[in-house]
Design a protein around this ligand. Structure first.
Ligand code: AMP
Length: 171
C-alpha cells in the first residue's frame, strides 16, 4: 500500500484554501499501480454475490468501471443533476461547504440487486451515505463501499455503519 500511497499527489489549497486535495492522476497513469489499486479494491468481495458496481461522478467512474470489469458485472453511474437522459431518482445532501445532488436512472437497479459502491476518496462520508440512500431508494441492497483513499481524521466511515467499508490508502 506504500507504493500506492506514493502515487497520490497532495495539492494544498485546491480547489479552495484549507483543502489538501488528493490527486489520483499519477496513480491512474501508471499501469502497474492502476491494476494493483483495482485488484486490491475488489479483493474482499471476490466470493460475494454482487450484481453491479455504482460509481460517483467523476473519479468514481474511473475506479468503479474498472472494478466492474474485473468482477465481471455491470457499472452504474451516479451523476450530477441534469446529466442523465432518462427518468431519474434523485437525492440531495449537505457537503462541508454547501449542498449537492446525485441522480441515477430509475431502471438502474431494483429489488434483488446487491451493489458495490466505489469512489476514489471518502472524506466526511456525505457523498457515500447519500449514494447508498439513492441505491436503496430503488429497492437494491448496498453490499459494501470501497474507496481508494480514506481521510481518517474526518471519520466518514461513521456515516456508513450499516455497510462493510474497505479502503486502501489512509491519510
Ligand atoms: P465527502 O462527501 O466529504 O466524503 O467527499 C467525498 C467526495 O469529494 C469524493 O467524491 C471525493 O472525490 C471528493 N473529495 C473530498 N475531499 C477530497 C480531497 N481532499 N481530495 C480529493 N477529493 C476529495
Amino acid at each position: 500500500m506504500d507504493r500506492l500511497k506514493s502515487c497520490i499527489r497532495n495539492i494544498p489549497d485546491f480547489p479552495k484554501p484549507g483543502i489538501q486535495f488528493k490527486d489520483i492522476t499519477p496513480l491512474v497513469k501508471d499501469p502497474a499501480m492502476l491494476r494493483l489499486a483495482v485488484h486490491q479494491l475488489i479483493h474482499p468481495f471476490l466470493g460475494e454475490r454482487l450484481t453491479a458496481v455504482a460509481g460517483m461522478e467523476a473519479r468514481g467512474f474511473i475506479f468503479g468501471s474498472l472494478a466492474a470489469w474485473d468482477l465481471g458485472i455491470g457499472f452504474v453511474p451516479l451523476r450530477k443533476p441534469g446529466k442523465l437522459p432518462y427518468n431519474v431518482q434523485t437525492i440531495s445532501f449537505e457537503l462541508e461547504y454547501g449542498a449537492a445532488t446525485l441522480e441515477v436512472h430509475m431502471d438502474a437497479f431494483g429489488p434483488g440487486d446487491r451493489v458495490l459502491l466505489v469512489d476514489d476518496l471518502i472524506a466526511t462520508g456525505g457523498t457515500a451515505a447519500a449514494s447508498c440512500e439513492l441505491i436503496e431508494k430503488l429497492g437494491a441492497e448496498v453490499a459494501a463501499c470501497a474507496f481508494v483513499i480514506e481521510l481518517d481524521a474526518l471519520d466518514g466511515r461513521s456515516r456508513l455503519k450499516r455497510y462493510p467499508v474497505h479502503s486502501l490508502i489512509h491519510f
